[in-house]
Design a binder for this molecule. Structure first.
Ligand code: PHB
Length: 389
């Protein structure tokens, strides 16, 4: 098989890139290790930056988002019984959009299916060859058969555990990592959200987050130990612990119900440099991970897709490769800023196992400064709604 761009990974970044290219007449194939049902069963974050929404519009995939999403003009932060709001619109002129990543992916799959573009599921043993030359190819097996795709470029959108990043030789690649000493236990429940906006809660007992998908679907998280398993936490134990971490007015207003999903995610900051090698370009989790505090995971993948898409368009329309050549440098500049914000927001809100009383005082002092200082609020809001790209 031959195509212009071979996209490895059918998560939101691969599917978004595929759809953008498809709409601009650039032929592409998406290879996905799992089934479509598996990809659509994963629950991920639900806050989109305006830049991401614009990309979805460009891809022609924003119709349902516009009909069903919620615009949030601010967010709440609590510590103990104290709570304050940061107003994104008065600070930056821009709201964020609440719409689940799973729904974004569903819309991208629907668009890809109706465009007739090729997507191969259940592929195994993917190997990228010749990325440092002019004629790259991707070998894989499907239903026990060996296949090969010859292409102009390879987009590695196959996540943190994918093969693409490791196709860049060890002596070229440098990785930066910070692992946090706790996880997030998350549940989804068919209950009305405790509040119309998100609440990020710092408490003596650890972090909690009240989020949502719609008027009757709530997403809540509590910081947990890395050794915990979801089975250790009954629904009742989860709700009791969440209540203890919220200011009492919100704890009292919380409506509880059975969980329809319960899972634990570890927290990690990770960046690989460079994000390209010859004709291979990494996008999203294949190149970088952020802790979920601040919901930058999908949004950082989107800025990568934006830069890569524009580089490819420029190349195919004018023959100019300079945008592609600068891809890693351009993408990383924004990624490191999102890494910093996610690391900062995580550090501000979580309880660290080795935290001293002094460290705790520093968190409270920083929260009180943020509460009372408009410059600090503006800096937070600019990062939260998404830095420009
Ligand atoms: C979510 O709704 O899943 C969510 C929202 C905000 C975050 C992280 C996760 O910072």
């Amino acid at each position: 098989m031959r195509t212009q761009v071979c996209i490895i990974g059918g998560g939101p970044s691969g599917m978004l890139l595929g759809q953008l290219l498809q709409r601009n007449g650039i032929d592409n194939v998406v290879l996905e290790r799992k089934t479509k049902d598996y990809v659509l069963s994963r629950i991920r974050a639900g806050v989109l930056e305006q830049g991401f929404v614009k990309l979805l519009e460009t891809a022609g995939c924003a119709e349902r988002l516009h009909a069903e999403s919620f615009s949030h003009t601010g967010t709440y932060i609590s510590y103990g019984e104290e709570i304050f709001r940061i107003d994104f619109v008065s600070q930056t002129g821009t709201p964020v959009v609440v719409y689940g990543q799973t729904e974004v992916t569903r819309d991208l799959y629907a668009a890809r299916e109706s465009s007739g573009a090729t997507t191969e599921y259940n592929v195994e043993d993917v190997v990228i060859e010749g990325a440092d030359g002019d004629t790259p190819s991707v070998r894989y097996s499907s239903n026990g058969q060996q296949r090969r795709i010859d292409c102009d470029f390879v987009a590695g959108c196959d996540g943190f555990h994918g093969v693409s990043r490791r196709a860049i030789p060890d002596n070229v690649r440098r990785e930066y990592e910070k692992v946090y000493p706790f996880g997030w236990l998350g549940i989804l429940s068919e209950t009305p959200p405790v509040h119309e906006e998100l609440i990020y809660a710092n408490s003596d007992r650890g972090f909690a987050l009240c989020s949502m998908r719609n008027e009757n679907l709530s997403r809540y998280y509590i910081q947990c130990s890395l050794s915990d398993s979801p089975d250790d936490w009954s629904d009742q134990a989860f709700w009791d612990e969440l209540r203890r971490r919220l200011p009492s007015d919100y704890a009292d207003a919380l409506q509880i119900g059975p969980s329809i999903e319960k899972s634990i995610a570890p927290l990690r900051s990770f960046v690989t440099e460079p994000m390209q090698w010859g004709r291979l370009f990494l996008c999203g989790d294949a190149a970088h991970i952020v802790p979920p505090t601040g919901a930058k995971g999908l949004n950082t993948a989107a800025s990568d897709v934006h830069y890569l898409f524009h580089g490819l368009i420029e190349y195919y329309e004018t023959g100019d490769r300079s945008g592609l050549d600068r891809y890693s440098e351009t993408a990383l500049r924004r990624i490191w800023k999102a890494e910093r914000f996610s690391w900062w927001f995580s550090s501000l809100l979580h309880r660290y196992p080795d935290q001293t009383e002094f460290d705790r005082k520093m968190q409270i002092a920083e929260l009180e400064f943020l509460r009372s200082n408009t410059a600090a609020q503006q800096a937070m809001a600019e990062n939260y709604v998404g830095l420009p790209y």
